[in-house]
Design a protein around this ligand. Structure first.
Ligand code: F3S
Length: 64
């Protein structure tokens, strides 16, 4: 699984990092700037929570 992020749509709400603290690191201004984030098996629930809680719907879950 990986997360694919539309970084141009990020408004810095920070809910992704709050829901996936082991997976998502925001930049110094509080924006998500990584466009692809590989998800280890142990962090699948964090990843899906991050995607579900972004109010801008920037984050898509891609399950290969
Ligand atoms: Fe940005 Fe959404 Fe996270 S707006 S900081 S990707 S919750």
């Amino acid at each position: 699984m990986r997360l694919v992020v539309d970084t141009t749509a990020c408004q810095g709400h920070g809910r992704c990092a709050a829901n996936a603290p082991h997976l998502i690191v925001l930049n110094d201004d509080g924006y998500l700037t990584e466009s692809v984030i590989e998800v280890p098996e142990a962090l699948v629930s964090e990843a899906t929570a991050a995607a579900a809680n972004c109010p801008e719907m920037c984050i898509s879950v891609v399950d290969d």
